[in-house]
Design a protein around this ligand. Structure first.
Ligand code: HEM
Length: 464
């Protein structure tokens, strides 16, 4: 223990798990920093985990020696799921290659008339139509949001999008939801501590592994379909680009690209790209209902700047500082990825002055940056003013790190920002969101899972 930054005394076998009530709760982690400082150690059973707390510690820890902390923790459960392949749960050379290829291909797909932005606009228009057909009747927007956002990634990766009724699509969405809600649960923790036992026992962990297999077998079928169709002259979607790369690298000694990796990259894009943006928008509509004055101010700005039928582009954010500030505040305040994804040191290094050995797990507590009292005027209040100066112009804030920071910063950040802006602006231009008649209270506390989710709620989308 003496080799590590300080921390609460661990118990034999369980370490600090009792302290933590078997979960990494953002507020508890921030509370512990008051006693042990902005870098401290917790024991997860026999495994030490270093926590970085507060904007400065998260930023310095992830960017001073970014290469050294770029490994991903591949715990027994995550290994059983993705086998260290793809991007999200991979490390080392393979991760670097897959990530670089993913970024480059998303950039290529972003260009041209029918690029990523066009896909987002198309899905946002479809969602507006769907809400309009409800004619202001109460509805839970969670599923339609999830559907539209994951259809963006489907169009990009598979080259087509699913209809509202498609059975396969419903299966994929349900599998994704189950995977996310399992993360961090009691059985998940148990699997991490006793993998040799849990992998032999039935239970929710086995059902979630089958959900991941549902995703993988769908991705595999799509890859096969593309292979049978043959490589087109002009690649049309992510799979076309990747298959062309497999062809190019097949004569190398150690080919960098293969179908197995492709399946896991597709899963990562689907998992990373659907739940996150749609949950943020789900929070966004909830906050608009809770703060009708903010909703009204956004609508006034949209009406003043945009024609009613004008297609909304990401570029419009520059003329819509208040709307842009509200979207940033939705992301900051909802803090959906709460403590962030654990990293692993890939070599011996130093972290904020402490020597740290290769293989040590580090958690950059993103919530502590987004709620850092030294960085934000009113960290625990929903306040779009955090992103506005005295003249009402938009200001970027360094401590705004919902996509994390360093070498593993979110690969879909640009796509996510485009989605949030275009969906939010389209929805608020077309509708006023309010609670159904007779409903007077709404719960704004999060449910802890793979991401922080709002409690299910209903709203009426009243056409404007
Ligand atoms: C509001 C939306 C989103 C948020 C808040 C978010 C947040 C994050 C965070 C915090 C990480 C972990 C970074 C780290 O390890 O330090 C991450 C990784 C990742 N995200 Fe996102 N993300 C969002 C949307 C997306 C989208 C739309 C895509 C797909 C195009 C995506 C794909 C990924 C992938 C593949 C990784 C793994 C990167 C790696 O390990 O190298 N994300 N994201």
């Amino acid at each position: 223990r003496q080799q590590f930054p300080p921390g609460p005394t661990p118990l034999p076998l369980l370490g600090n798990l009792l302290h933590l009530n078997f979960q990494f709760h953002r507020d508890l982690l921030m509370e512990l920093a008051k006693t042990y400082g902005n870098i401290y150690t917790l024991w997860f059973g026999w495994t030490p985990v270093i926590i970085l707390n507060g904007f400065q510690a998260v930023k310095d820890g992830m960017t001073t020696h970014p290469e050294d902390v770029a490994g991903r923790m591949v715990s027994p459960f995550l290994r059983a799921m993705a086998k260290g392949k793809g991007i999200l749960l991979a490390s080392g050379r393979s991760w670097k290659q897959q990530r670089r290829f993913g970024i480059m291909t998303l950039r290529n797909l972003g260009m041209g008339k029918k690029g990523l932005e066009y896909r987002v606009q198309e899905e946002a228009a479809h969602l507006v139509e769907l809400f309009r057909n409800l004619k202001g009747r109460p509805m839970d927007p969670s599923f339609p949001l999830f559907h539209s956002i994951s259809n963006v990634i489907c169009a990009v990766v598979f080259g087509y999008h699913f209809s509202d009724e498609d059975k396969t699509f419903h299966e994929l969405i349900s599998a994704t939801e189950k995977i996310f809600s399992f993360a961090g649960s009691f059985f998940y923790q148990l699997y991490e501590i006793l993998p040799w036992l849990m992998c032999r026992l039935p239970g929710p962990h086995k059902r979630v592994l089958s959900c991941y297999d549902v995703l993988s077998s769908f991705s595999r079928t799509e890859v096969r379909r593309h292979v049978e169709r043959g490589t087109p002259d002009e690649p049309r979607d992510f799979i076309d680009f990747y298959l062309a790369e497999i062809e190019k690298s097949k004569d190398e000694d150690k080919p960098k690209y293969d179908e197995d990796n492709l399946v896991h990259v597709i899963n990562d894009l689907f998992l990373g790209g659907s739940e996150t943006s749609s949950t943020t928008l789900y929070w966004g509509l909830l906050y608009m209902v809770v703060y009708p004055d903010i909703q009204e101010k956004v609508q006034k700005e949209l009406d003043a700047v945009l024609d009613p039928s004008q297609t909304i582009c990401y570029e419009h954010r520059k003329k819509l500082p208040y709307t842009n500030a509200v979207i940033h505040e939705i992301q900051r305040f909802s803090n959906i990825v709460f403590v962030g994804l654990p990293r692993v040191c890939v070599r011996n290094t130093t972290l904020l002055g402490y020597p740290v050995k290769k293989g040590t797990i580090v958690i950059p507590n993103i919530a502590s940056a987004l709620y850092d009292p030294e960085q934000w005027e009113t960290p625990r209040q929903f306040n779009p003013g955090h992103f506005l100066d005295k003249e009402g112009s938009f200001v970027n804030r360094e401590a705004f790190l919902p996509f994390s920071v360093g070498h593993r910063v979110c690969l879909g950040e640009h796509l996510a920002r485009t989605e949030l802006f275009i969906f939010f602006a389209n929805l608020l231009r077309a509708f006023t969101f309010r609670l159904p008649d007779g409903v007077t209270t709404i719960n704004t506390e999060p449910i802890f899972g793979g991401t922080l989710q709002p409690h299910p709620y209903k709203v009426c989308a009243i056409p404007r």
